[in-house]
Write a protein that binds this ligand. Structure first.
Ligand code: SAH
Ligand code: SF4
Length: 359
């Protein structure tokens, strides 16, 4: 059995041709999946029974079971734990922003635009071993297929549809390193983008990477409209290496050069992510060092106080220290926003996704 979301439209067309079905059937199935958001073969009421049965026999529509889900106490955030058929666990998070009662979103208020942002996984586990990250702490299990990535979006899209809502943004910031599963991640983006299908605009997608240099360059060459965020977290190679083993292979300079290349190629802004760890990377001196490194780049810094994880004893920066960090950067000409932490009470924050270990 094959996961139906693993197919692109042309492979589906080829398959239907093999089945001696008329060509328009493939489009009907595609629209059923990505426009009507059907989640089982019975829902395809515009197909003959025989074809519906064949779909049920040949395809998997849901590649995982829902093991648990948790809602944050303020109801703004839901984390779902999915179990894959091989037993691996992945998580995906829905964040509601801009609702009238949303205290987390400082930009909200009357008339603020509601957003439904999904944070999805690209791998079960992660091989990059960042010490402050719960996913890194469990190690690498396997890559997700493009269809397993797409299916996380479809799961929430189907759920939101029942409430008359739609997904507004998708960030590849769940479990795993997207650029370590490059082909499948790009295939999932193409599928979500597809003009005959889900039509999800590339600009509403964001890939977050630990900073794999060759892939950043490749991504630049491909000229996609997808946003990119680089997890930096330190402005000095030794300090970065102490918390991010990847820095052994790719030094900060190389990462920044690759970002420069990306900006030259795409004229798009790069986001640098920064988990503020008390006393480690949150001092004004560090902020100045960072500003010197980023000077002249079309970029901004997204800082977030560290979220707690079991395997790392660092502490979150206080609100006050975070504010000073931000101001120091801005005085040096680097725009910075401090993101509010969300979903901490259900371990759904950045870097807190660890499958069963976090339940
Ligand atoms: N592997 C990718 C994307 C997944 S991690 C990456 O590393 O960029 C998503 C973001 O959460 C990254 O910026 C990561 O550095 C950050 N993060 C990891 N652990 C965190 C923690 N404990 N607190 C805050 N942010 C964390
Ligand atoms: Fe992997 Fe990203 Fe976590 Fe690092 S922060 S271990 S790259 S998921």
């Amino acid at each position: 059995m094959m996961l139906i979301y693993d197919l692109d439209l042309s492979s589906l067309e080829a398959l239907l041709k093999d089945w001696d079905e008329p060509a328009y059937r493939a489009k009907q199935i595609w629209q059923g999946l990505y426009q009507h958001l059907y989640s089982s073969s019975e829902q395809f009421s515009n197909l003959p029974n025989s074809l519906r049965n064949k779909l049920a026999e040949q395809f998997i529509f849901t590649p995982f079971s829902v093991k648990t889900y948790l809602d944050s106490s303020d109801q703004s955030t839901r984390k779902t734990l999915f179990q894959l058929p091989d037993g691996n666990l992945i998580e995906a998070v829905l964040m509601r922003y801009g609702d009238p009662a949303d205290e987390h979103d400082q930009t909200s208020g009357r008339g603020a635009k509601q957003r439904r942002t999904l944070c999805i996984s690209t791998q079960a586990g992660c091989a990059m071993g960042c010490v402050f990250c719960a996913t890194g702490q469990i190690g690498f299990k396997r890559n997700l297929s493009s269809g397993e990535i797409v299916a996380q979006v479809m799961y929430y899209a189907q759920m939101l549809k029942e409430q008359g809502e739609t997904v507004s943004n998708v960030v590849f910031m769940g479990m795993g390193e997207p650029f370590h599963n490059y082909e499948n991640v790009m295939a999932s983006i193409d599928r979500l983008n597809d003009a005959d299908g889900y039509k999800f605009g590339a600009r509403r997608l964001t890939i977050s990477t630990v900073g794999l240099v060759p892939q950043i360059r490749r991504f630049a060459d491909e000229q996609r409209q997808v946003n990119i965020a680089i997890s930096l977290h330190a402005a000095d190679d030794d300090e970065r290496l102490a918390i991010m083993p990847v820095n052994k292979r790719y030094k900060i300079d190389d990462v920044i050069k690759a970002c420069k290349y990306y900006i030259e190629k795409t004229h798009r802004r790069v986001t640098f992510e920064w988990a503020l760890i008390n006393g480690v990377n949150d001092t004004p001196e560090v902020a100045q060092k960072l500003a010197a490194r980023l000077k002249g780049l079309l970029c901004h810094v997204n800082a977030i106080p560290l979220n707690p994880t079991q395997g790392y004893h660092g502490e979150a920066t206080s609100r006050q220290r975070a504010q000073i960090f931000k101001e120091t950067l801005e005085q040096a000409g680097i725009p910075c926003t401090i993101r509010m932490r969300r979903g901490i009470d259900i371990n759904a924050g950045c870097g807190q996704l660890a499958g069963a270990a976090s339940q």
